[in-house]
Design a protein around this ligand. Structure first.
Ligand code: G16
Length: 542
């Protein structure tokens, strides 16, 4: 029986950079989940009898919300739901399932790299039939609906057992509980030279992969250890836990410190990598060398043709605006287009669908390609492995050669977390007000060449997204970028992105903080960070 339940709107259900993210107790308010899920369905058309994919990263509250979403999908008229066993589907695996089975769309439950647990973070986002995050047109419609919603519909039925692979019935909707790993592993096998990778591991190649007690554990264990023959124990923290073992499942140098330290030892493995809560981010560390996500994008793009799935070359490369310009130089050399988009994987969707870009990447540890419509942590790891198997060089040697060929984009991101929202907005507003007068002025010895608030004009659908980050470009190709994060759940997070391009062969091996010192001080002066936020140092540097 379908129940119609009266409800009242919440005023804070605006999806951010990647869906709706809030603390778990916030999501547990009466009808909070139901309002949002119903608003998603109310914003879509033509799904009657079609398939909805549902899965999440296994974090606390995942199981409860999946049951609610299933009963509401049945009440809304979906014909079939596909759910990962145990409610598990990594974000890239969910994207693949949507595409492979021609689903109408999918609901992904994750707050990505944010911590999990009864008082930590949860998230819900909707992906469309191309497998990618819903574009702004849809997220705006969902938000508008959350402001006017008066009722939701739900099937009155007991919870389903999602722990065994099976086909179940929920009212007139069929529910297929699927193996979350199989389709994804098959896709990876179609893109990369598994026999060459197997041979490399059999030859003694050593790797450390930190799954951070999050969703990639089962995927990495199946692919790296079972299929490619990497030594048992290659995958660390491989069991997904609802609270990620109490850690932030964020693959950066702060939260993946243990892996970093292992990789800096003299007898370190050949290759180190980590992934985040929902499996779409990656961290790449060679023996004794961390590769920034921006450099990783450039390196992968320059060498992608070595993997069978990309042997035909790349159509184009896309990167988010704050990501360094390292990939731009690769695109130039390859004679292909480089697209600069706002932060948010959703902006790559049109470029990938139109065949304009093959590889995409972001400074926030996301890299991916046209194989799905999400960034993909394990994909990046496997492409790196494929390149290492072909080039038979160390990560350090490959990075060094790359910088010698293209020059090096020194890069860092400084995050000021949990700052007062009004102070953060004030800082951005003040910067925005000064943009027109900045060109020609000198800061910490650097001359401002241009300054603007980034606006993106989508070349495929013609839409415009304004106010996507303040850019201050200096003469010589260095820059600082300021923007507020769209994924935090408490206060505001100010991100300052700092980049210097260096082509002088004698200056390619500097410490990043040394290479960026004058720009860091210019950013502080310009944005008045300490006086406006009360912070004298960033919380996280990546
Ligand atoms: C999400 C988006 C990414 C974005 C990142 C950081 O990643 O999908 O495109 O770069 O957030 O966004 P912000 O700087 O606004 O916090 P994820 O891995 O959190 O889904």
């Amino acid at each position: 029986m379908i129940k119609t339940v009266a409800t009242t709107p919440y005023d804070d259900q605006k999806p951010g950079t990647s869906g709706l993210r809030k603390k778990v107790p916030h999501f547990q308010r009466p009808n909070y989940v139901e309002n949002f899920v119903q608003s998603i369905f109310d914003s879509l058309e033509g799904f009657e009898g079609k398939t909805l994919v549902i899965g999440g990263d296994g974090r606390y509250f995942n199981r409860e919300v999946i049951q609610i979403a299933l009963k509401m999908a049945a009440a809304a008229g979906f014909g079939k739901a596909m759910v990962g066993q145990g409610g598990i589907l990594s974000t890239p695996a969910a994207s693949n399932v949507i595409r492979k089975y021609g689903a109408f769309g999918g609901i992904i439950l994750s707050a990505s790299h944010n911590p999990g647990g009864p008082t930590e973070d949860f998230g819900i986002k909707y992906n469309t039939g191309n497998g990618g995050p819903a574009p702004e047109k849809i997220t705006d419609a969902i938000y508008a609906r959350t402001r006017t919603i008066t009722e939701y519909r739900v099937l009155d039925a007991p919870d389903l057992d999602l722990d065994a692979i099976s086909t179940l019935a929920l009212g007139s909707m069929r529910v297929e509980v699927i193996d979350p790993v199989a389709d994804y592993a098959e896709l990876m096998e179609s893109l990369f030279d598994f026999p060459a990778l197997k041979a490399m591991f059999a030859g003694g190649f050593r790797m450390a992969f930190d799954a951070m007690s999050a969703v990639t554990g089962p995927y990495a264990t199946e692919i790296l250890e079972n299929r490619l023959g990497a030594a048992r124990g290659t995958v660390r923290n491989g069991t997904p836990l609802p609270d990620f073992g109490g850690h932030h499942p964020d693959p950066n140098l702060v939260h993946a410190r243990e892996l970093h330290d292992v990789m800096m030892e003299e007898n370190a493995p050949d290759f180190g990598a980590a992934s985040d809560g929902d499996g779409d981010r990656n961290l790449i560390i060679g023996r004794g060398i961390f590769v920034t996500p921006s450099d990783s994008l450039a390196l992968l793009a320059a060498n992608a043709h070595m993997a069978p799935g990309y042997a035909a070359g790349l159509a184009g490369i896309a990167r988010s605006m704050p990501t360094s310009g390292a990939a731009d130089r690769v695109a130039e050399k390859l004679g292909i287009n480089l697209y600069e988009t706002p932060t948010g994987w959703k902006f790559f969707g049109n470029l990938l669908d139109a065949g304009l870009a093959t590889i995409c990447g972001e400074e926030s540890a996301g890299t991916g390609s046209n194989h799905v419509r999400e960034k993909d942590g394990l994909w990046a790891v496997l492409l790196w492995l494929n390149i290492l198997a072909v080039r038979k060089q160390s990560v350090r040697a490959i990075a060094k050669e790359h910088w010698e060929t293209y020059g090096r984009n020194y890069y860092a991101r400084h995050d000021y977390e949990g700052i007062d929202s009004a102070a953060a907005n004030g800082l951005v507003d003040a910067l925005r007000a000064r943009l027109a007068t900045l060109p020609g002025t000198t800061l910490s010895g650097l001359v401002v060449a241009a300054a603007d608030d980034f606006a993106y004009h989508d070349p495929v659908d013609g839409s415009t997204s304004a106010n996507q980050g303040i850019r201050v470009l200096f003469e010589g190709g260095s820059r600082v970028v300021f923007r507020l994060s769209g994924t935090g759940t408490s206060g505001a997070t100010l991100r300052v992105y700092i980049e210097r391009y260096e082509a002088d062969p004698a200056k390619l091996a500097q410490a990043t903080e040394v290479a960026l010192a004058d720009l860091i001080s210019a950013a502080e002066t310009l944005a008045e960070i300490s006086s406006r936020t009360g912070r004298t140092a960033p919380d996280v540097i990546t």
